[in-house]
Design a protein around this ligand. Structure first.
Ligand code: NAD
Ligand code: ZN
Length: 280
């Protein structure tokens, strides 16, 4: 009878094994996570900046200098072409099977928290519960003074929003602009999660946008193991313990199948057919 641990050269099996034996697993997702939902990335092949060139990095300064003027431009559709393309893709997007599989991994207890750099809200829509949206969510507004957030609901900007009812501050989209600090409550929660992590899984991120990407290096320095899921090499690759060169959707579905078997199979019942958790 086989009593020794299975040694495998398959990165997906290695990743599943690391996740299974880790006490607290934190996933960090980036724009690559939502490519299969039709939302382009910024960098890399097909990325918005690759096609339109890099944008100006002073978005938050422009908003703070003239909030009403900023909203007027928005209302009159005077945005950069890459913003219009991103907005239209965000409006049309639905979660893909990878988003559902990630929610499934949370449900079976394999993943404890997700920090997403995405603003698309697709993780929530797929049913994920423990989530920090470090760059905000496009379906909310936020006061830049007191930080209060409000659901966008059916709000369509036909005129600039009224100042904050609580403090009189300017209201912007909740999404973090270039040059804008991450709201302190969100950054503190992301850091708290990273400090608890014994394993981090970076999915579809170029690991180049600070301070979010820096959290991955903090986790590594804390002793957490690092798994990268990305079809391409990134800055994170050299410090990753396991690298899965695959799209998010395919890797997450495979991980869910592997880890769901671990979760559900009492020893001795190894080869039962697996069932997609979404239909359970
Ligand atoms: P990035 O654009 O810098 O890099 C995207 C990464 O995704 C690349 O490393 C690429 O190799 C990888 N990738 C491409 N297709 C993939 C797939 N099918 N599966 C897995 N990985 C794939 O993205 P970033 O690191 O998240 O940083 C960019 C910033 O852009 C973030 O702050 C994010 O807020 C913002 N952004 C968000 C969205 C969104 O909400 N969906 C979309 C575009 C940009
Ligand atoms: Zn306020």
């Amino acid at each position: 009878m086989l009593t020794e641990p299975i040694i495998t050269s398959d990165p997906l099996e290695q990743a599943a094994s690391l996740i299974k034996h880790s006490k607290y697993v934190v996933v960090m997702t980036g724009a690559g996570m939502s490519v299969e939902s039709g939302i382009p990335t910024f960098r890399g092949e097909g990325g918005l900046w690759t096609r339109y060139g890099p944008p100006k990095m002073d978005g938050f300064k422009q908003f703070r200098d003239d909030p009403v003027g900023w909203w007027q431009k928005r209302i009159n559709q005077q945005m950069d072409a890459h913003i219009i393309e991103l907005r239209d893709a965000l409006v049309a997007a639905e979660p893909h099977t990878g988003h559902h599989a990630l929610a499934g991994l949370e449900k079976v207890g394999a993943v404890h928290h997700v920090i997403t750099q995405n603003i698309d809200g697709l993780d929530l829509k797929a049913g994920l519960k423990n989530l920090t949206e470090i760059h905000g969510n496009r379906s909310r507004l936020r006061c830049i003074q007191c930080g209060q957030r409000m659901s966008l609901g059916d709000f369509v900007p036909i005129e600039p929003p009224e100042p904050c009812a609580s403090c009189g501050g300017s209201i912007k989209f909740d999404t973090v602009m270039f040059g804008e600090p991450i709201p302190a409550d969100t950054l503190a929660e992301a850091r708290r999660q990273i400090d608890m992590a014994t394993c981090v899984v970076a999915i579809g991120t170029s690991a180049s946008v600070r301070p979010a990407s820096g959290l991955l290096w903090i986790a590594k320095a804390n002793g957490a193991s690092v798994i990268e899921i990305n079809p391409n090499e990134t800055k994170l690759s050299p410090i990753s313990d396991v690298i899965v060169r695959s799209s998010a959707g395919s890797a997450l579905n495979s991980l869910l199948n592997l880890l769901k078997i671990c979760e559900e199979t009492p020893s001795g019942a190894a080869n039962e057919p697996t069932q997609d958790v979404r239909s359970a």
